[in-house]
Design a binder for this molecule. Structure first.
Ligand code: CUA
Length: 315
């Protein structure tokens, strides 16, 4: 580690929460604090009332027990509605935060993540690969597109308040913007076999200029888009799906993100999961106006190949 990236996230010492190093972390912490305070206040009120009544109406106490109230509608409405509103507010607040954390800004840097027993494999759009390390620029949104080669893993960066299960056979997507330079721990947070606890790594947040240098340094590998383009030809996709083909098949130029009309009347957005299913389970969502003649590529493409093809199909 070089000297201008302090060992922020890995510093020893006791903390109640990991330090917050992403734009989402402050929101999550505020919500968490509000819930602790709200639930704590509720618990205090209830415990206080229990104690108060237990003492006041203990056996043999001189408290007045005559003429108990038979109608306390106002009180009942208050203790029903007030907590309802409070906790519904918490629901709205967290739902809002959740939606924010799921919708990546359109300029987010894409990084492809594959979990496998027992490592994190990461790939940047220009083809640079990493294992158990993720380099990102400070202050710029980064979108992770994640899948697994085998079992369920969970990508967990406490300092970013970021945790997302990673499932085989589909893509999960999260994004974050780092707000502090330094190294931050990355864990697998889902038991995934005997070496689950060793499936750890780090996220390195760098100055944008240093990041750009770093990104350009790696071994010269073709970028994801180039690899995807090559696969598109080699695997025969272009035979049907390129302009000028005699086969009646959908043109795939820049399909990623477009709305697709399906045979059965549904419409879908051609996101990563849709494109992945189109490759591996082509009979699942047939595009309207086309015959279901596409063969499945299940077992013939690695996760890396699929990622490259998907990157190629983005506009
Ligand atoms: Cu991967 Cu636990």
């Amino acid at each position: 580690m070089n000297s201008d990236t302090p060992d922020a996230g890995l510093a020893p010492g006791f903390r109640l929460l990991a330090q917050s190093a992403s734009t989402a972390a402050g929101h999550t912490d505020a919500l968490f604090l509000a819930m602790v305070l709200l639930c704590g206040a509720m618990a205090l009120v209830l415990a206080g009332l229990v104690l108060f009544f237990a003492i006041r109406y203990r056996a043999g106490s001189p408290a007045d027990r005559s003429n108990p109230p038979s109608n306390a509608r106002g009180l009942e409405a208050a203790w029903t509605l007030l907590p309802l509103l409070l906790f519904f507010g918490v629901f709205l607040w967290s739902a809002w935060d959740y939606v924010q954390q799921r919708s990546a800004p359109s300029d987010a840097l894409p990084v492809y993540v594959t979990g496998k027993q027992w490592m994190w494999k990461l790939q940047h759009r220009n083809g640079r690969r990493e294992i158990n390390e993720l380099h990102v620029p400070l202050g710029q949104p980064v979108k992770l597109l994640m899948t697994s080669e085998d079992v369920i893993h969970s990508f967990y960066v406490p300092a970013f308040r970021l945790k997302q299960d990673v499932l085989p056979g589909r893509y999960a997507s999260v994004w974050f913007t780092a707000t502090q330079l330094g190294d931050f721990r990355l864990f697998c947070a889902e038991y995934c076999g005997s070496e689950h606890s060793a499936m750890i790594g780090r996220v390195v947040v760098m100055e944008p200029a240093a990041y750009a240098r770093w990104l350009g340094e790696g071994p010269a590998e073709p970028g994801l888009v180039q690899r995807g383009a090559a696969l598109f030809r080699e695997r025969g996709c272009s035979g049907c799906h390129a302009a000028g083909s005699t086969v009646h098949a959908p043109l795939l130029d820049g399909i990623g993100g477009r709305t697709v009309h399906l045979q059965d009347g549904r419409t879908m957005v051609a996101d990563e999961t849709y494109l992945r299913d189109a490759l591996l389970l082509p009979q699942k969502d047939i595009a309207a106006g086309y015959a279901p003649t596409m063969p499945s590529y299940a077992g013939q493409l690695s996760e890396d190949d699929i990622q490259a093809l998907i990157a190629y199909l983005q506009p």
